[in-house]
Design a protein around this ligand. Structure first.
Ligand code: SF4
Length: 108
């Protein structure tokens, strides 16, 4: 599954949300969007009903300060809606989130 790329980058609304080694990002996502996106892949659900991500991508006209994923994020907080969310270097992974997931692979 990882023979096509050594590194992957996950973007949402034109913003880099997570980047890192392909196996790490796919098996242990640290950004809520990456985790939600991977939960939509049918074969990862072991035959369970396919899921999607609630809501829709905001149009360019609706882009606001803060995280672009905030309206669809299940773990969003007040601080996600203002300012600029920095891209943090977390030991070989780059993640743009105020509360990155633990990288356990569990969906948010
Ligand atoms: S910054 Fe906030 S809204 Fe954006 S992904 Fe992280 S927790 Fe969710």
């Amino acid at each position: 599954m990882y023979e096509n790329a050594d590194e992957v980058a996950v973007l949402y609304g034109g913003v880099l949300m997570e980047r890192g080694p392909a196996r790490d990002v796919i098996e242990r996502p640290m950004h809520p969007y990456t985790a939600a996106l991977l939960a939509c892949v049918p074969h990862r659900r072991d035959g369970a009903r396919q899921v999607g991500i609630e809501g829709s991508v905001p149009s360019v006209a609706d882009w606001r300060p803060g995280c672009r994923f905030v309206s669809r994020c299940s773990v969003a907080q007040a601080q996600c809606q203002s300012g600029s969310i920095p891209l943090a270097d977390l030991g070989g992974r780059s993640v743009r989130c105020v509360t990155p997931l633990a990288g356990t692979g569990a969906p948010p």
